[in-house]
Design a protein around this ligand. Structure first.
Ligand code: PRP
Ligand code: MN
Ligand code: MG
Length: 183
């Protein structure tokens, strides 16, 4: 992926490593829901999780339905404000269904803990979290994910859905942004 090569300082997780881990995650989570009586509902947290959701849904070894919710806690800044806004709510009822929230990253954990609380009031049969990335050193609120793809250092990363000011979501790998891009 040469299109942002001047702006990315280094590759943190390359495309092949990402894809093979996502295949493992799909098999592991699929096994957990093997006996589910109805397709599980994956809730993609827009926009960051959109790229991960599309690969994870196909790697999952059991049937799923995909739903989308948009929340924002960062805006155009590089650190979490803790203020979560619903920009787009679900357009379906999730009562009595097995629900899995699909996130690209747990940073402070504020977005997910807020979302978990919000969705649990809608009476799903079960509610779990799957995240591709987590920054253990940044976590303030434990979001208790079922599975974490990769624990990463507390550095600003972009790509594979993760943005800086809406850019770089279209990279196939996770990379470290060159500090000159945000200072
Ligand atoms: C980012 C990321 C997670 C959240 C993690 O989303 O995609 O959803 O922040 O941060 P937290 O654990 O500190 O709450 P963002 O608010 O930037 O919106 P986006 O997904 O549209 O980029
Ligand atoms: Mn997000
Ligand atoms: Mg963002």
């Amino acid at each position: 992926d040469g299109k942002y090569s001047d702006e990315i300082e280094s590759v943190l997780i390359d495309e092949e490593t990402l894809q093979s881990r996502i295949d493992e995650m799909g098999a592991e989570i699929g096994a957990r829901y093997a006996d589910a009586e109805a397709p599980i509902i994956l809730i993609c947290v827009l926009k960051g999780a959109a790229i991960f959701l599309s690969d994870f849904a196909r790697a999952l070894t059991v049937p799923c339905e995909t739903e989308f919710m948009a929340v924002s806690s960062y805006g155009d800044s590089t650190s979490s404000s803790g203020v979560v806004r619903i920009l787009k709510d679900l357009d379906r009822d999730i009562a009595d269904r097995h629900v899995v929230i699909v996130e690209d990253i747990i940073d402070s954990g504020l977005t997910l803990s807020w979302l978990r609380k919000n969705l649990s009031t809608r009476q799903p049969k079960s509610l779990e979290v799957v995240t591709l990335l987590r920054k253990p050193e940044a976590v303030k609120v434990e979001a208790k994910p079922l599975i974490v793809g990769f624990d990463i250092p507390n550095e600003f990363v972009v790509g594979y859905g993760l943005d800086f000011a809406e850019r770089y979501r279209d990279l196939s790998y996770i990379g470290k942004l060159h500090p000159r891009m945000y200072s």
